[in-house]
Design a protein around this ligand. Structure first.
Ligand SMILES: [Zn+2]
Length: 586
C-alpha cells in the first residue's frame, strides 16, 4: 500500500514535535546559537554557583533541541524515506548532533576538574536536581585517565570499532532452498520461514545452506569476534576495571554476583524444565529424530484468529484495566491523538518501536497486520510508551531517561497481562494452545537462551584476558558443547550448529544479553503483584525515569533483581505454563 492511500487516523501526528518545516528550521537556528553560547563557557562553567546553574540548564535545553530535531527527522524518514526534505532534515540534525558532541567535549573534563567546588554547590537546594547526574559523573573518575591519554583512547576506539563495523557490513550469500521444485531466496529473514516448513528436507536444506556460509568464512568471523573482544578487554584494563564484565556491569551499578546468578539459574538449576519442553515438542510433533532445525516448527496449526485495530484497543483496555483507569485512558489517548503509525506501506521501515522526545508524545511505529503477533507487539510498544510518558511527566529532562537495564520491564508486563487476559477469556482450546505456545517461546527466548549466550560471551572474554591462544575451532567447539547442554537429550545438535556463534550481533555488544533475562524475571514478579491488586509500587516505578540508579528503582518498587526469589518465581512460572500447555495438547 502507498502511504497516501492510508486513512489519516492510522498515521501518526508528529505535530507535538514540529507543526511544519518552518518550526523545524526555527529550532535548528535556536540550537545553533545556543551551542555557540555554551562554547563560550569553556574554562568558566564553575566560575560561580550561578554560572554553573545557568550552564547546566542551558545544556539541558540544547539537549532538548537536538533530541527534537533528530527524532523528528528520523521518524519522518522512517515512514517516507524517499522524501527529499526529510532526508535533508535528517542529515542536518545528524551533523549538528555530531558537532555539538565534539564541541562540548570540554564539559565533562571541566566538571570533573571542579568536583570539590561543585559538591559544595550541590549542598544547596537550588542545585538539588544536579545531585544524581553529578554523582553518576563523579563515579567514573577512578576509571578515567588524564586528558592526553583520554584523547589517545578515543583514537584507539576508532580502531577497535572496526571489528563491529566489519561484522555489520559483511553480507553473506546463501545457496537458495528448493521448495516444491522451485528455488527460493535464503537470507537471515527467510531462514525462519523455511524452518517452519512442514517438509523436513526444506528445513534441513535451509539449515545447511545457512550455516555452510558461516563455516566458509569461519576464520574471518573468528578474527572479527576475537578482535572485538580484545578491544573490550583492552579498554577495561586501561580504565582500571578488573575485567570487561566488571566494566560493563559498572554502568548499571550491577554486581558480578547478579550476572552469575542469572547464568546459574538458567544454565544449571532450572535447565531440566527446558529439556522437558524439548521432549514435549518432540512427542507433539511425532518426530523420530528432532534436530535443531526442527525447533521452530509451530506446535499449534495456524488458527484463523484476527484482531482489527479497534478490537485490539478494546482487548488492551480490558487486559490492562488492572493498572488503573488513568493507564487505560492513556492507551485510548494514544489512539485518539494519533501517537501511533499503524499500517505497513511502501518504503516504511519494518518492525516496531516506541520513540519520541522529552516534550513530544511517546510515539509508536508498527506494522499492524491484524494477527496475534500484531496485537502482542502493540501491547509491548505501548508499555514502552507509557513508561516514557510517566518518566517524562515526573522528571525534568536530565532525570527523565530510563536505562536499558529496566527498559524491557514495562513492555513485558503489558505482554504478559495481555496473554493472561486472553487465556482467561478464551474457551477455544486451539486459540488457548496457540497463546501458550507463543508464551513459552518468549519465555525461552529471554529466560533460557540469553543466559546461554552470556556464558559464551564470558568464556570468550576470559580466554582473551588470560591470553590463551584462540582459533575458530576453540570458539565453535565450545559453542557446540553449550548448545548440546542447552538442547538436552531430545534434540540432535548437528555439527554445523557450532557456527551459530558467528551470526549473533549481540556478541559485538558488551555483556548485554543477560539484561533480557533480568527484565523478563522482574516483569513476571511485577505481574504477580499486579494480579493481587498491588499496582501502586509498579506505577511509581514507571515514573522514575533516570532519577535514581536502576536497581534501586526496582528494589524500591518491591522487586529485588538480585534476590533468588525473582528467578525462582520466573522459572516456576515457566514450568506452570509448560504443564498447562501439556494438559491442553493431550
Ligand atoms: Zn521492547
Amino acid at each position: 500500500m502507498l502511504r497516501n492511500e492510508i486513512e489519516e487516523k492510522y498515521k501518526w501526528d508528529l505535530s507535538s514535535l514540529y507543526k511544519n518545516q518552518e518550526a523545524f528550521d526555527h529550532d535548528y537556528q535556536q540550537a545553533q546559537s545556543l551551542l555557540e553560547e555554551l562554547c563560550t563557557y569553556k574554562d568558566h562553567i564553575c566560575d560561580s554557583k550561578e554560572s554553573y546553574i545557568y550552564f547546566m540548564n542551558a545544556e539541558e535545553t540544547l539537549g532538548n533541541f537536538i533530541e527534537n530535531l533528530y527524532v523528528y527527522a528520523k521518524m519522518c524518514t522512517d515512514v517516507e524515506p524517499e522524501n527529499e526534505q526529510h532526508q535533508h532534515n535528517f542529515a542536518k540534525a545528524n551533523a549538528f548532533m555530531q558537532k555539538s558532541g565534539v564541541d562540548l567535549t570540554f564539559v565533562t573534563l571541566e566538571l570533573i576538574a571542579h568536583k570539590e567546588v561543585i559538591e559544595r554547590y550541590l549542598e544547596d537546594d537550588d542545585c538539588k536536581d544536579f545531585r544524581y547526574p553529578m554523582e553518576e559523573l563523579f563515579r567514573t573518575i577512578p576509571h578515567r585517565l588524564d586528558e592526553e591519554r583520554e584523547q589517545m583512547l578515543s583514537q584507539v576506539r576508532e580502531l577497535t570499532s572496526i571489528a563491529q563495523d566489519t561484522f555489520q557490513s559483511f553480507r553473506l550469500e546463501y545457496e537458495p532452498v528448493v521448495v516444491d521444485g522451485k528455488e527460493e531466496f535464503l537470507n537471515g529473514a527467510t531462514y525462519y520461514v523455511f524452518l517452519k516448513n512442514k517438509d523436513p528436507q526444506v528445513r534441513k536444506d535451509a539449515f545447511e545452506h545457512y550455516f555452510k556460509e558461516y563455516q566458509r568464512y569461519e576464520n574471518v568471523f573468528a578474527n572479527t569476534l576475537i578482535g572485538h573482544t580484545k578491544g573490550q578487554v583492552f579498554f577495561a584494563k586501561t580504565r582500571n576495571y578488573e575485567n570487561a564484565l566488571e566494566a560493563s556491569l559498572y554502568q548499571d551499578r550491577a554486581s558480578s554476583e547478579l550476572f552469575h546468578k542469572v547464568l546459574y539459574m538458567a544454565n544449571e538449576k532450572y535447565r531440566p524444565f527446558l529439556h522437558d519442553y524439548f521432549a514435549l515438542r518432540k512427542s507433539i510433533l511425532g518426530l523420530k529424530e528432532q534436530h535443531v532445525y526442527d525447533i521452530y516448527l509451530d506446535l499449534v496449526d495456524d488458527i484463523p484468529q484476527s484482531y482489527t485495530i479497534d478490537e485490539s484497543f478494546d482487548i488492551l483496555s480490558k487486559a490492562l484495566s488492572v493498572l488503573g483507569e488513568d493507564y487505560v485512558k492513556l492507551i485510548q489517548r494514544a489512539k485518539e491523538e494519533r501517537w501511533i503509525d499503524f499500517l505497513p506501506s511502501k518504503g516504511k521501515c519494518t518492525g516496531a518501536y516506541s520513540w519520541g522526545s522529552y516534550s513530544s508524545n511517546p510515539y509508536i511505529l508498527t506494522n499492524f497486520t491484524e494477527n496475534y503477533e500484531s496485537l502482542s507487539t502493540l501491547a509491548h510498544e505501548l508499555g514502552h510508551s507509557m513508561h516514557s510518558y510517566f518518566s517524562h511527566k515526573h522528571n525534568r529532562p536530565m532525570l527523565a531517561n530510563y536505562k536499558i537495564f529496566v527498559a524491557e520491564v514495562a513492555s513485558t508486563v503489558n505482554e504478559i497481562l495481555l496473554n493472561q487476559y486472553l487465556l482467561n477469556t478464551t474457551t477455544d482450546k486451539k486459540v488457548k494452545a496457540n497463546i501458550l505456545a507463543n508464551l513459552l517461546d518468549q519465555l525461552i527466548g529471554t529466560l533460557y537462551r540469553q543466559p546461554m549466550f552470556a556464558q559464551f560471551e564470558e568464556q570468550l572474554h576470559t580466554w582473551v584476558q588470560e591470553r590463551k591462544p584462540i582459533s575458530s575451532t576453540t570458539l565453535t567447539d565450545y559453542y557446540l558443547s553449550l548448545n548440546k547442554e542447552y538442547f538436552g537429550p531430545s534434540v540432535i545438535v548437528d555439527e554445523l550448529q557450532k557456527y551459530g556463534c558467528y551470526y549473533i550481533p549481540h556478541f559485538y555488544y558488551n555483556f548485554y544479553v543477560y539484561k533480557y533475562s533480568v527484565g523478563m524475571a522482574v516483569a513476571l514478579s511485577f505481574v504477580k503483584k499486579i494480579k493481587v491488586g498491588q499496582t501502586k509500587d509498579y506505577l511509581t516505578f514507571l515514573q522514575k525515569g533516570g532519577s535514581e540508579p536502576c536497581i534501586d528503582q526496582l528494589v524500591n518498587a518491591g522487586v529485588d533483581p538480585c534476590s533468588d526469589a525473582v528467578y525462582e518465581d520466573a522459572f516456576t512460572y515457566f514450568q506452570q505454563i509448560l504443564e498447562e500447555f501439556k494438559q491442553l495438547m493431550q
